[in-house]
Design a protein around this ligand. Structure first.
Ligand SMILES: *Cc1c(COP(=O)(O)O)cnc(C)c1O
Length: 420
């Protein structure tokens, strides 16, 4: 069984907590950079390879700055995310806009930043042209429909709201070519949290096949293929991370057969992973408030669903470490809860853990993607701070905790006084 490791000791955490009250998220810069380098190295055979970090996973400009230093671009799907890219100083081909049901003002900002626009629907070609004009580079999102089926995928592409059909893709390239677009990309994403590495090779194969068809039918030479996000992470002890060297070698093989051999090279490979880039390197640090014994035993934390929704939302497993008790036997069955007036506000149900006491420090693993960012303010719960554990062991606060003033900022209490 692969043990779940932590980048800090109990003593280090106590020192951090002395300056930064719990709950907070903390990200491990060293591990994040090492993973980014491993990813880039795995695909170094492909000239122009780029990972566009799906910023919705952890939209923090400090994290983005680190990832940008490692050569990553940014994948955005809202004006706020484009604005964040702008604030980090990103522009041009560093930014990809992969959105859906897109408003004109979003296309507008993307065009101003020189971002690569990835269209979600054939009707968006005219919409984009009419409202902001067509840029020189355009990408389109392919929905493979029933081409991919079975338990390999999470959800059936035909049911998904995303992307163009195959026929629409061909028609789309034809239209864009006629309208003077010069550079073309192709995109697909139909998986989420997928741990099977062969899946990503199959995705590449499907796109490479379509790239051939597009060339034969329209003469359009596609410059880059964005294989999307969806690489899973081992949330559970014993699960294996996706072997990116294996994925890369598999993709290289089909690249040689279907792109190089057909005279369609060079083709740049892009990804837009979120989870696999920051997920394992972020931790939710929280303290136990109360132990409650009724029909079950509850460990009530000072964190709640506002800080990490995945367990409540999807029943997702997040590993839990009780600091200082790593080597004690897991003898007691707990529901580990937050304080929302929602019974599904639980980080774990029937989890065997060592005996827990109030004030114990509890670390929830793999909270670095779709963690803090998914938080909400239901019940007036405030979102926590985000901290960065630097490579030299120092800690930097990269987002302060919300305050009640933040929570009430959209209300005007003086108006209430005069309201009859
Ligand atoms: C959410 C999302 C991603 C990232 O997904 P992960 O599972 O975090 O890798 C990438 N691209 C698009 C379009 C997305 O919506």
């Amino acid at each position: 069984m692969t043990a779940k490791k932590l980048p800090f000791s109990k003593e280090q955490l106590e020192t951090i907590i002395a300056n930064h009250p719990t709950p907070f998220h903390i990200y491990d810069e060293k591990a994040m950079r090492e993973n980014a380098r491993y990813f880039n190295k795995a695909f170094s055979w492909n000239e122009g390879f780029k990972e566009y970090y799906a910023i919705k996973s952890a939209p923090n400009p400090y994290l983005m700055k680190i990832l940008r230093e490692e050569g990553f671009g940014i994948d955005c799907s809202s004006v706020a995310e484009l604005e964040l890219a702008k604030q980090v100083g990103m522009s041009g081909d560093e930014i990809m806009l992969t959105s859906n049901d897109t408003p004109a003002y979003e296309f507008q900002l993307a065009k101003e930043l020189g971002a690569i626009i990835n269209l979600d629907d054939i009707s968006h070609i005219d919409y984009l042209e009419k409202h902001v004009g067509l840029p020189k580079t355009i990408c389109m999102r392919y929905n493979p429909g029933n081409l991919k089926q079975g338990n390999l995928i999470i959800g059936h592409p035909e049911e998904a709201k995303y992307g163009f059909t195959r026929e629409q893709m061909i028609e789309g390239y034809r239209m864009l070519k006629e309208k003077g677009v010069e550079r073309f990309g192709i995109h697909t994403m139909v998986a989420s949290n997928e741990l099977d590495p062969t899946y990503f090779v199959e995705t590449a194969e499907i796109l490479f096949n379509l790239i051939n068809e597009v060339y034969e039918k329209t003469g359009v030479r596609i410059e880059f293929a964005n294989l999307g996000g969806g690489v899973g992470i081992p949330y559970k002890p014993g699960e294996k991370p996706v072997d990116l060297d294996f994925v890369s070698a598999g993709i290289k093989k089909v690249y040689d057969e279907m792109i190089v051999a057909k005279g369609l090279a060079p083709l740049k490979i892009f990804f837009e992973l979120g989870r696999a880039i920051t997920g394992p390197y972020g931790y939710l640090v929280t303290k136990v408030r109360h132990i409650k014994k009724t029909y079950k035993t509850f460990a009530g934390l000072d964190a709640c669903m506002a800080n990490l929704m995945r367990p409540a939302l999807y029943g997702a497993y997040h590993h839990i470490t009780v600091m200082g008790k790593e080597n004690e036997p897991a003898t007691t069955k707990y529901d580990v809860t937050g304080s929302l007036c929602e019974n599904n506000d639980k980080f774990a149900i029937d989890r065997m853990l060592p005996e827990i006491d109030p004030d114990d420090i509890v670390v929830i693993h793999d909270a670095g993607a779709h963690g803090h960012s998914m938080g909400f303010n239901y019940n007036g719960k405030l979102r926590s701070a985000e901290l960065l554990l630097r490579e030299n062991g120092a800690v930097t606060e990269i987002r302060r905790a919300e305050t009640l003033e933040d929570y009430f900022a959209t209300l005007d209490f003086s108006g209430v006084k005069d309201f009859k």
